[in-house]
Every structure is written in structure tokens, then in C-alpha cells.
Design a protein around this ligand. Structure first.
Ligand code: HEM
Length: 506
């Protein structure tokens, strides 16, 4: 769903100097508060790296990058306590600890922690994904399950998925004929963007007057930039933090980056508010419910934030995660030619060589292909640290005390590559599932790319079918490689995804 990795912000130099001065100015009073808040306690807190006064472990945030996963747990164990400014964060990286958080203590651990970036992107947390646990979250989630993710709805959207994949194949054929490299990332954003916009809001990017198919990649990447960015108030919450965000210009920069995305969502909403509209997607249903709530004087009413929160969830979760997973699939196959050959042999033998279009039921015959997709989800979970949870009350995990309102991060990436649980964990080997019942639907805690428990991804079935259908089309109709002179990028185990690839044949 929501892709999360760490990046740095690019600030102008003068802005940075101003921010640094202001940080210093406010560190002294913060130090006094800090000394008072962090009194020694009777609790057995999890171990973690030594904290500096005030900033705690802020300078060690890179330790949380999925690729540095092993260092943290090797040094301190599977439950690690970090302190980012005033915000305590517990990092989970063993199967047993994950099971305690997501199953045994799911209820105590099922709220969400937010940042200024996620507050903007998900409209004051009035969406599903970042909403705190409670009635509003429950109403929104149930609605999405009925109107978007039910088996009946999924079936009814099938023609959209197939039509859009056919169109993508036609466009890629031109690259194959001309033998020019293709920006596969962009092609996938367009493919999955149009499927998701048609399903979620009945909008076809090819005949829409406020957005075109080429802007989708940019909109998703901008949203992700806002989600990943950090503001001072994320680590020093409260009025002082917000004041520094405002005076240093960080808040303005965030709003400026998000404004284009917000305009897109506003246009989607306006389209639904036009009089005489006939279709009935999930946003229409919410607007009808809103009118009824007003008439009946209900205590809970959908606001514009709820509507835009839903639009945002569908867009970011539906497009970003599925496009990233599919791109990783082609990347791994290019770097592992034996697997590529085996999977294409299976596909082309079982489906024959005369098909003009792929149908979703074709996937059912393809056992190795499905194992291969499973392996992509293990090695490249699109949300490698899940969405941050927050404890509602005090809880004990692996014998450690975790106080209420602590942020919990489950390192799914580390679990999927834990050498104690997986043989040759970094190897892309679909056959590892031949004699194993381990699956990714939320019950095996070493393999949870869609999360688990109450907050498990509700779009899991839709996400899997989107990735499978896209990959099947790409692999049935085309052969793939890297552009000439790009040989260095095909090193097996390289952890950078390939964006530009070459369609070799079709
Ligand atoms: C490759 C496909 C996808 C992956 C890997 C994925 C992964 C995830 C993960 C890891 C979470 C957090 C789970 C947790 O905290 O335990 C999540 C939540 C969520 N996902 Fe997905 N997702 C995918 C596709 C989708 C799609 C297609 C949609 C909708 C169009 C969607 C909608 C959501 C929503 C609304 C939540 C928030 C659930 C909640 O907090 O109650 N996801 N997803």
C-alpha cells in the first residue's frame, strides 16, 4: 500500500540555516522538559542504542532503513526502543514479537501514529489507513470492504482490469517494434493508475479534463515525498514544534508539495458533486450517506476530509504499492534469468502461443508463476515497515514493558529475510514454497507484506490480482532485458529497482 522508505529533504541553504538557528533556540527549554519527562521508571523497557540528550536517537534514524535491518536486531534483539526527540518508537523484528503485537495484543496495539506529512496526505487522519482506532475508522473500513473489496465488487471490476492491461500491452508493443528502451515504472503507474481511478472513482484518465495518464507517476511520487518527509513537530510535538514548523517554512514547503495532489483529489470530489450524476462508486455512496446523515441529524457525519481521505487512500494504496511490486518483479526476473526462463516456459506452455488477450482465470493454471509472485512479496514488501501502529494502553511484548501511546514499527522486510527462518534469504527462489505452507495472508508472521490483525490491508485480494495480471501480461507477450551498456545493473542481489528496461521481443 503506502510505500515507506527513508530519504532526505532538499532544503535551500538559507532556509536550513534559519531552521538550525531556531532549533537551537528552542532546544534549551526542551532540554528542561526532557529531563523531567524521562525519569527512571520501574518498567523493564526494551534495549536500544544509547540516547543523546534531547534528540535521543534522531541521529540514528538510518538504522531503521529496511536495508540496515539486521544491524539493529543483531545488536539489541528483536524488540528495540528508539527515542526520536520526544517520541518513543519500538522496532519489532522477530516472528514471535510480531505475533504478539499483531495477534495476541492486536487490540492494544491497533491505533496509528501520524506525522505532519501523513496528517496532510490523509486529511487529518479521516481516512482508513492512518485513522486512530475507533468508530470512525470502523465505519470507513466496513464501507470500503462492502463497496470496493467484496468478492462481488472485485468480480464486477474485472473487465476494467483486463481492458487496461490489453491497452498497456498494445503500447509496449510499439517499444518492442522500435527496439527503444521503455520507462517501465511510468508505464506501470499509468496502467495501475487508470485501473484504480476507474474502479475507485469512475474516472478514465484517457478522457479526463483535469488530469492525464502521464501525471499519475508524478502525483504518487509527490504524495510519497510528503509522507516520508519529517518536520520538527514530528519529533517534538506540541505548540513549540508546530511553531518551529511554521516559522522555519517547513510547513509551507510541505503544503506546497502537496497542493498539486490536493487539487487532483478536489477535482475528483467535484466530479462526484456535479448534479445529475448517475454512477455509484464508493465516493458517490459516501456522498449519499452524508446527505442522509444531515437529514436524520446523525451524531456522526462524513465531512469533506472523510471523502478526500478515502480518495487519497485508494489512490496512494492502490497505485503506489502495486506498481512498485510489479516493477520489482520484472527487475528480479531480469537479474535471475533461470527463473525468468522457467516462469515464461510455464506460462507459454500452459497458455499456448496463440492468445491475443490474457484473462484473469488464466492465472489459476500457473503454479510456478504464483510462487514467483509470492517470492516478490517476500523480498520486496512495498510497505517494508508496515504503517506505524500506536499502543492504546500499556502492553508487554517479549517480556518488555511498552507504555501507552508508544509508536510500534514492525520490520516486515527484516522478517522476510531473517536467516533463522529462511534458507538463503536474499535469494530469489520461488521453489522455496514447494514443500511449505507458509503464506502471506497474515497468519505466518515471518511473511506479512499485507500486515496482519485488525489493521491488515483490506485491499489485499485486489492488490494481488492487480500485480499478478500485470506481470502475466508482461511475461506472456514480451521478453525483457536491460538497455545496451546497462549490464552493471543486472547484478543478482542488487537492491536497486530497474526503472528503464528494454522490451526485447514480442
Ligand atoms: C501490492 C499491493 C498492496 C500491498 C503490499 C499492501 C500493503 C499494505 C500494508 C502493509 C498495510 C498496513 C497493514 C498493517 O498495518 O498491518 C496496508 C493497509 C491498507 N491498505 Fe494495502 N496494500 C496493497 C494494496 C492495496 C490496495 C490495492 C488498496 C486499495 C485500493 C489498499 C488499501 C489499504 C488500506 C485502506 C489500508 C489501511 C487499513 C487500516 O489501517 O485499517 N491496499 N496495505
Amino acid at each position: 500500500m503506502f510505500r515507506t522508505t527513508t530519504t532526505t529533504h532538499k532544503h535551500k541553504n538559507s532556509d536550513r540555516r534559519m531552521s538550525e538557528f531556531l532549533y537551537f533556540l528552542f532546544l534549551v527549554p526542551l532540554a528542561l522538559i526532557f529531563l523531567n519527562v524521562f525519569k527512571p521508571s520501574k518498567w523493564k523497557l526494551p534495549p536500544g542504542p544509547k540516547k543523546l540528550p534531547i534528540i535521543g536517537n534522531l541521529h540514528q534514524r538510518k538504522a531503521l532503513h529496511p536495508r540496515n535491518r539486521r544491524k539493529l536486531s543483531e545488536m539489541y534483539g528483536p524488540v528495540v526502543l528508539m527515542q526520536y526527540g520526544f517520541v518513543p518508537v519500538v522496532v519489532i523484528s522477530s516472528k514471535e514479537a510480531a505475533e504478539e503485537v499483531l495477534k495476541i495484543h492486536d487490540l492494544e496495539c491497533c491505533s496509528r501514529a501520524g506525522t505532519a506529512g501523513t496528517r496532510a496526505t490523509f486529511y487529518n487522519f479521516k481516512d482508513i489507513g492512518l485513522a486512530p482506532f475507533g468508530d470512525e475508522w470502523s465505519v470507513m473500513r466496513k464501507l470500503s470492504v462492502v463497496e470496493l473489496f467484496s468478492v462481488k465488487k472485485l468480480q464486477s471490476f474485472r473487465y476494467i482490469r483486463e481492458e487496461e492491461n490489453d491497452l498497456c500491452v498494445k503500447k509496449l508493443s510499439e517499444y518492442a517494434t522500435k527496439r527503444t528502451p521503455v520507462n517501465l515504472e511510468k508505464a506501470l503507474f499509468t496502467l495501475l493508475g487508470n485501473i484504480v481511478c476507474r474502479i475507485g472513482y469512475g474516472i478514465n484518465l484517457y478522457d479526463c479534463d483535469f488530469v492525464d495518464e502521464d501525471s499519475i507517476a508524478d502525483l504518487v511520487l509527490k504524495s510519497e515525498e510528503v509522507i516520508r518527509g519529517s518536520l520538527f513537530s514530528d519529533f517534538f510535538p506540541g505548540r513549540i514544534g508546530s511553531f518551529i514548523d511554521w516559522i522555519s517554512g517547513q510547513k509551507k514547503r510541505l503544503n506546497d508539495t502537496f497542493s498539486e495532489v490536493d487539487t487532483f483529489y478536489q477535482n475528483v470530489l467535484d466530479e462526484h458533486l456535479k448534479p445529475g450524476r448517475e454512477s455509484s462508486d464508493i465516493i458517490d455512496v459516501m456522498i449519499d450517506m452524508q446527505k442522509k446523515q444531515e437529514k436524520d441529524g446523525d451524531s456522526f457525519k462524513f465531512t469533506t476530509d472523510h471523502l478526500k481521505g478515502m480518495i487519497s487512500d485508494i489512490f496512494i494504496a492502490g497505485v503506489g504499492g502495486t506498481a512498485a511490486t510489479t516493477l520489482w518483479g520484472i527487475t528480479e526476473l531480469i537479474r535471475n534469468p533461470k527463473v525468468m526462463k522457467k516462469v515464461q516456459d510455464e506460462i507459454r506452455t500452459k497458455l499456448g502461443d496463440k492468445k491475443e488477450k490474457i484473462k484473469e482465470e488464466d492465472i489459476n493454471q500457473l503454479d510456478y508463476f504464483r510462487r514467483m509472485v509470492k517470492e516478490i512479496f517476500r523480498l520486496h514488501p512495498s510497505t517494508p515497515l508496515l504503517l506505524p501502529r500506536e499502543t492504546l494502553s500499556h502492553v508487554k511484548i517479549q517480556g518488555y514493558d511498552i507504555p501507552a501511546k508508544t509508536q510500534i514499527i514492525v520490520n516486515v522486510y527484516a522478517l522476510g529475510r531473517d536467516p533463522k527462518l529462511w534458507e538463503n534469504p536474499d535469494e530469489f527462489n520461488p521453489d522455496r514454497y514447494l514443500d511449505s505452507s507458509v503464506d502471506f495472508k497474515g497468519l505466518n508472521f515471518e511473511f506479512i507484506p499485507f500486515g496482519s490483525g485488525r489493521r491488515i490491508c483490506p485491499g489485499m485480494t485486489m492488490g494481488i490480482i492487480l500485480v499478478e495480471l500485470a506481470l502475466l501480461n508482461l511475461l506472456y507477450f514480451f521478453d525483457w532485458g536491460v538497455p545496451e551498456n546497462d549490464g552493471a545493473k543486472i547484478v543478482t542481489g542488487n537492491e536497486d529497482v530497474l526503472h528503464i528496461v528494454q522490451v526485447l521481443h514480442h
